[in-house]
Design a protein around this ligand. Structure first.
Ligand code: BES
Ligand code: MN
Ligand code: ZN
Length: 502
């Protein structure tokens, strides 16, 4: 997809379709004078009047109206963004997404996305352009690789944002940044939406290595032999029921060579979670192809950071395996010795994410990181607690959590903190080993986090449970049903903040 900014008046341009984001103030008519919208298209007074007549389009959020032949545009989608005074980046994303989806349905290929100059007043022009494009690009996403009949669905081929009053250098930078960020989100979404027969640990690792080569990131992929040599007993135990070998992905992005400080991001890479011997019910099991969403978010984040050249040093780590009930599968009652030496009593083979993460979190200590952040589709309990609109956040660093909260609000990939009070810890006490991999019925997200905490030592650490936010049962404003790609924009924004604080 071609994405660009042009410093031009959108009313004088030409494309297959126009997506025009409007506030209520842009639409409302003065007693005698024409509205801002009308003055923009003086030759189309009647067309616009019929569009807003009767008050069915007032510029309120959620509204959209189609106008045929507006200036040189065969079709225009007027999308409401609400009150001017309440305009946010998120409203712009949502409006742009709604418009681009309509344009896509109308089979438009080249689309101009714009808003009235009034949205620029008193705000960052960079952010306005960036948000409009984020919404448009993410909203246009489709996973249609496997449809072969009836030809391909139509897809937008080029998105141009146009403002006459945005300086070209700022607009272009915003457009480029938005495109690079969204391409990383696309990569993450594609990996998660792909079926598990196509994306298994070796493939995930290959995709990570290819990304690394393209963006000058140092990748090291550990194979089964190397994983064995490192004594990653957790990863090997979960892998034992699978016919496919495991992988341990490491991606070193050194964006600030003058600094010795590293941050570690760790992602759960279960390419399919059947539950293992503690088999899951068959209804909906196919969704568990997305149980590598944490790993995919790590790969996407490293791509975003590297392509945007954010000056930070971040290592991405992703242990990857299937969780299947093969003949040599690990079993309830087994005791597993992890790389750290800590032993785990396996009470339920379906609580496998924390077991593979134990080795990855321990491995992260090699980098003496300033902080470790992990992402995992870890617990169904988190979906019960927070649904699909917030990522569960638990950790030991209030500082990092505050930064993530800020990044979450900015990107609208919101996080919500849950406690990790030590009183919960007795739920994961084992009679036979150092820790048990399940903590009973209550507070499943918290006991899972307390399990992970055992493997991070004294390093500042934050765990993000993305079980509810990574996979969507129905499409939302700019995420289609399926993978949302959550984590990429959140962590990219987080590291932008870290970089700007020096
Ligand atoms: N991958 C699942 C968690 C999950 C569930 C993610 C639903 C997304 C949607 C994880 O491996 C799992 O199976 N967790 C168990 C833990 C339990 C056995 C303690 C769960 O949540 O049921
Ligand atoms: Mn599981
Ligand atoms: Zn799982």
């Amino acid at each position: 997809m071609k994405v660009e900014f042009i410093q031009k008046d959108f009313a004088a341009m030409k494309a297959d379709a126009l997506v025009l984001v409007l506030t209520k103030e842009d639409v409302s008519e003065g007693k005698k004078s024409p509205s801002r919208l009308q003055s923009k298209f003086p030759a189309d007074k009647a067309t616009l009047e019929s569009a807003v007549r009767g008050g069915h389009f007032t510029g309120d959020k959620g509204e959209m109206v189609t106008v045929y032949s507006l200036a040189k545009y065969p079709v225009a989608f007027l999308v409401g963004a609400g009150d001017e005074s309440e305009l946010t980046n998120e409203r712009l994303r949502r409006a742009a997404s709604a418009g681009i989806r309509a344009a896509q349905s109308a089979k438009a290929s080249a689309v101009v996305v714009a808003a009235m100059d009034s949205v620029l007043e008193g705000t960052s022009h960079y952010e306005i352009v960036h948000s409009l494009l984020e919404g448009a690009i993410l909203g246009a996403y489709k996973f249609d690789k496997y449809f072969t009949l009836n030809g391909k669905n139509s897809k937008v081929g080029a998105i141009t944002v146009a403002f006459n009053s945005v300086e070209a250098s700022i607009g272009r930078k915003a457009a480029r940044d938005a495109q690079l960020t969204c391409e990383a989100v696309y990569l993450t979404r594609d990996l998660c939406n792909a079926p598990a027969n196509e994306v298994y640990p070796e493939v995930l690792a290959k995709v990570a290595a290819n990304m690394a080569r393209k963006f000058h990131v140092h990748a090291r992929i550990l194979d089964e032999k190397q994983i064995r040599r490192l004594k990653m007993g957790g990863l090997l135990a979960v892998n034992s029921g699978s016919a496919k070998p495991p992988r341990f992905i490491t991606l070193e992005y050194k964006g600030n060579p003058r600094s010795r400080h590293w941050y570690a991001v760790v992602g759960k890479g279960i390419t399919f979670d059947s539950g293992g011997i503690s088999l899951k019910p068959s209804a909906g099991m196919g969704e568990m192809k997305m149980d590598m969403s944490g790993a995919a978010a790590v790969i996407g984040t490293i791509q975003a950071l590297a392509s945007l050249k954010i000056p930070v040093n971040v290592v991405g780590l992703a242990p990857s395996t299937e969780n299947l009930p093969g003949g040599s599968a690990y079993k309830p009652g087994d005791v597993v010795t992890t790389m750290s030496g800590i032993t785990i009593e396996v009470d339920n083979t379906d609580a496998e994410g924390r077991i593979i993460l134990s080795d990855a979190l321990h491995y992260a200590k090699r980098y003496n990181p300033k902080a470790i952040i992990d992402l995992a589709t870890l617990t169904g309990a988190c979906v019960v607690a927070l649904g699909h609109h917030a990522t569960g956040m638990l950790g030991t660093s209030e500082d990092v959590m505050a930064q993530l909260k800020e990044a979450g609000e900015k990107t609208y990939e919101r996080v919500w903190q849950l406690p990790i009070f030590e009183e919960y810890e007795k739920q994961i006490k084992s009679d036979i080993a150092d820790v048990k991999n399940v903590g009973g019925r209550w507070a499943g997200t918290i006991t899972a986090a307390l399990f992970l905490k055992k493997f991070v030592g004294d390093y500042p650490w934050v765990h993000l449970d993305i079980a509810g936010t990574a996979m969507l049962e129905e499409s939302t404003d700019y995420s289609a049903r399926g993978s949302s790609g959550v984590g990429v924009r959140l962590l990219t924004q987080f590291f932008k903040q870290i970089a700007s604080q020096g």
